[in-house]
Design a protein around this ligand. Structure first.
Ligand code: GCB
Length: 585
C-alpha cells in the first residue's frame, strides 16, 4: 500500500488532534445531542496513558472515537480516501452513522474510498476501537469473559496499548490512480535495470517512468519498463545510503491524471556460506530489538521520538534493528532508508505458544499450541499487509514472520511452511525470512529452523536460566551455538535477543542481578562467546529501551532490559557497547 503524499494531483489532509472518546457509543448521527461521558484523547496516541481513570485505562472491549470532519467542496471532484496508519487492535469505522469499513490487526494501515458516504461540509466520523485479543488474533491472548468480568491475558511481554496509534488522513486522487508500485531491479556489470510493476486503476493511455538521482536529475526515462537503465548505479550501502526515486506519471488524453514518486535503493542481499552478504560483502548486525513505547504516547507514533531513537542507535554505533514484535510506523522505515540502517521487519506473530511462562522450565508442560490457535489465516493477512506495505524499502533486509512460536509442538512445520512460502512469493526480492527461536525449541526438537534463512536465537542464559550465574550459563550458550551450527552449517546464526533487567542507578560490588554491573558483565560475557564463531553474524540487544508490560511478578514497572531507560537516558552499559560497536569494522 502506498504512503499518502501530496503533489500536483494528490492532496493530503490530516485528521490528527483531539478526538472525543467514550466507552458507550455517544452520538446519533445528525442529532445535536450533547455528548456525555466522553473524554478527550489525542490522535495519534494510545488511550491508556492519556487518562487518569484506571477503569478506562484498563478497559477491555470497545472504545468509541468520534470527531467532526469538514470536507471542502473542491475535494469532491476527486476520489477521497480515508486512511488510518494503524488502529490497535481492531477498527470498525462509521461515517455519518453508517458502518462502512472494518479492519483487524493493530499495526498496518488500511484505507477506503469515502465519496459515497460524505457530503460537503460537516460529517461525523466514528471509530469503534477494540483491544480484544484471542486465539484468532495476532498478537495472541487469552480472552476470558464471565458475567462480571472481561479480561485479555496477553501471551506476550508488552502492554496491550490500544487506540488510533498512527496518523489519520484524508487524501485524494483522480478516478484514474496508481494503486501500487513494486520496484524490482537487476544489477548487471555496470548498470542496473529497473523493472517496476505498477498497478493502475481506471482509464489511461500513457505512462512515463522516470528515475531520478538524489539531486533530482532524471537519469533514465521511458514509457517502456524495459528501458529503465541506470548507468554505474550508486549502491545503497549499510550506514551509507543512496536513494533513487522512481517517478510514475499517468496520462489520459494528454492530461496528467496521476503522479507518484517512490524512493528506492539499489543493493543486493544474499545468504551464502553462513554469512549475510549485502552488495556481496559480509556484514555483522549490531543493534537492538525495540518497541514502539514512550511515556504518555504509549504506542502512538511521534516523529520526534523516531528521530531521537534513530540518532541514539547511530550514536551507539548500531547498524540495524528489528521491529519487534509488530510492524512499526511507516515513518520509521522511511527514515531508516535515508540513514542506511538495516531493518528486520517483523509481523505481529507473537504469543504463538500455549501457556507461555517466563519461567522457561515450565514451558514444556503443554504442547498443544497448534491445535489451539486459529491464527493461520490471519497470519497470512498480516504478512501480506506487511510485505505489500514495506517491499520497496531498501532498509528492510529480512522478514521476521513470528517471534518465539512453539517450534517444537506438533504441527509447527505445517503451520509455518505455507507462511514462509507466502512471504517469499509476495516479495520480488525474496528477502531472507526468519523466525526468532525460543530456547525450548531446541535444535533436536525444533521444526521451523529448517524453513528459515538465518537462525535467530533469543537467549537468556544468566537470566531466566542460571539466574545470576554467568560462568555456568556461558558453557550452555557455547554448546548450543555449536549444536545449531552442526545441524545447519550453511545457515548464519544471529542473536536476535539477549539481555537482563537492570534497575538504573542500582550498583553492586558483586555479580548481583538487576545491577548495572551485572548488565555490563553479562553483555561482555556474551560478546566474548560471539567473537569466537565466524558464523555468528549479529547481535541485537534486548532491549533498546525499558518498556511497559502487563502486571507480572517478574516485572517492576515494566521490562527493564533497556540499554536506555524509558525516557532514553543511557545505563552504564551503553558506553561499553558504544565502544565495542564504534570500533568494530
Ligand atoms: C523474549 C521475548 C520478548 C521479551 C523478552 C524478555 O524472549 O521475545 O518479547 O520481552 O524475552 O525480556 O523476557
Amino acid at each position: 500500500m502506498l504512503y499518502p503524499i501530496q503533489n500536483e494531483v494528490r492532496s493530503v489532509m490530516e485528521l490528527n488532534g483531539i478526538w472525543d472518546v467514550s466507552i458507550e457509543r455517544q452520538s446519533v448521527s445528525g442529532s445535536n445531542m450533547p455528548l456525555t461521558d466522553c473524554f478527550k484523547v489525542y490522535v495519534p496516541g494510545s488511550i491508556n496513558d492519556q487518562v487518569r481513570d484506571e477503569k478506562i485505562r484498563n478497559h477491555v472491549g470497545d472504545f468509541w472515537y468520534r470527531r467532526e470532519v469538514y470536507v471542502p467542496n473542491y475535494l469532491f471532484s476527486q476520489r477521497i480516501v480515508l486512511r488510518f496508519g494503524s488502529v490497535t487492535q481492531r477498527a470498525d469505522v462509521y461515517v455519518n452513522g453508517k458502518q462502512v469499513f472494518s479492519h483487524i490487526g493493530g499495526f498496518t494501515p488500511f484505507e477506503f474510498e469515502l465519496n459515497k458516504y460524505i457530503r460537503v461540509g460537516k460529517n461525523e466520523l466514528e471509530v469503534k476501537v477494540s483491544n480484544i485479543l484471542d486465539n484468532t488474533t495476532l498478537p495472541v491472548g487469552y480472552h476470558l469473559k464471565t458475567e462480571d468480568k472481561e479480561e485479555v491475558i496477553p501471551l506476550f511481554d508488552f502492554y496491550n496499548y490500544c487506540g488510533i496509534h498512527r496518523s489519520v488522513v484524508l487524501y485524494t486522487t483522480n478516478d484514474t490512480y496508481i494503486k501500487d508500485i513494486d520496484i524490482n531491479y537487476q544489477i548487471k556489470e555496470n548498470y542496473a535495470m529497473v523493472l517496476p510493476k505498477v498497478e493502475i486503476v481506471g482509464d489511461y493511455d500513457n505512462i512515463i517512468y522516470e528515475i531520478l538521482d538524489d539531486t533530482e536529475n532524471v537519469v533514465s526515462a521511458s514509457d517502456d519498463i524495459h528501458n529503465l537503465l541506470v548507468d554505474s548505479p550508486r549502491l545503497w550501502q549499510p550506514m551509507n545510503a543512496y536513494l533513487y526515486t522512481l517517478r510514475v506519471k499517468v496520462f489520459s488524453n494528454g492530461r496528467l491524471v496521476d503522479i507518484y514518486s517512490e524512493k528506492f535503493g539499489i543493493r543486493t542481499i544474499e545468504i551464502k556460506n553462513n554469512q549475510l552478504l549485502i552488495n556481496g560483502k559480509s556484514y555483522y548486525l549490531k543493534g537492538f530489538g525495540r518497541h514502539e513505547d514512550f511515556p504518555v504516547l504509549g504506542k502512538g507514533h511521534n516523529g520526534a521520538v523516531t528521530v531521537l531513537d534513530h540518532n541514539l542507535m547511530k550514536w551507539m554505533g548500531a547498524n540495524s534493528y528489528r521491529t519487534s514484535h509488530y510492524p512499526y510506523a511507516e515513518e520509521d522505515l522511511r527514515l531508516a532508508d535515508e540513514e542506511g540502517l538495516l531493518v528486520i521487519d517483523e509481523a505481529p506473530g507473537v504469543g504463538l505458544y500455549s501457556r507461555f511462562n517466563f519461567d522457561v522450565s515450565k514451558n514444556n508442560a503443554d504442547n498443544s499450541t497448534w491445535s489451539w490457535v486459529q491464527t493461520q489465516e490471519h497470519h497470512k493477512q498480516v504478512i501480506q499487509e506487511l510485505v505489500t506495505r514495506d517491499k520497496n524499502h531498501p532498509s528492510v533486509i529480512a522478514w521476521a514472520i513470528a517471534n518465539e512460536p512453539a517450534g517444537h509442538h506438533p504441527g509447527a512445520c505445517e503451520y509455518f511452511k505455507p507462511l514462509v512460502e507466502l512471504t517469499k512469493s509476495l516479495d520480488y526480492e525474496h528477502r531472507p525470512v526468519v523466525v526468532p527461536n525460543i530456547v525450548n525449541a531446541t535444535p533436536e526438537l525444533d521444526e521451523i529452523t529448517k524453513l528459515v534463512d538465518i537462525i535467530c536465537l533469543n537467549r537468556y542464559y544468566g537470566w531466566y536460566i542460571d539466574h545470576g550465574n554467568l560462568n555456568e550459563s556461558l558453557e550452555k550458550l557455547k554448546k548450543e551455538v555449536e549444536t545449531w551450527h552442526e545441524k545447519y552449517p550453511d545457515k548464519p546464526i544471529m542473536f536476535s535477543e539477549f539481555g537482563v533487567d537492570t534497575v538504573p542507578g542500582l550498583h553492586s560490588l558483586y555479580e548481583n542481578p538487576y545491577s548495572e554491573e551485572y548488565q555490563r558483565d553479562y553483555y561482555q560475557a556474551y560478546f566474548d562467546v560471539f567473537d569466537e564463531y565466524s558464523y555468528v553474524i549479529g547481535e541485537h540487544l534486548w532491549n533498546f529501551a525499558d518498556f511497559v508490560t502487563g502486571r507480572n511478578l517478574r516485572r517492576i514497572d515494566g521490562n527493564l532490559k533497556g540499554i536506555f531507560t524509558r525516557d532514553r537516558r543511557p545505563k552504564s552499559v551503553a558506553y561499553d557497547i558504544r565502544k565495542r560497536w564504534t570500533s568494530m569494522d
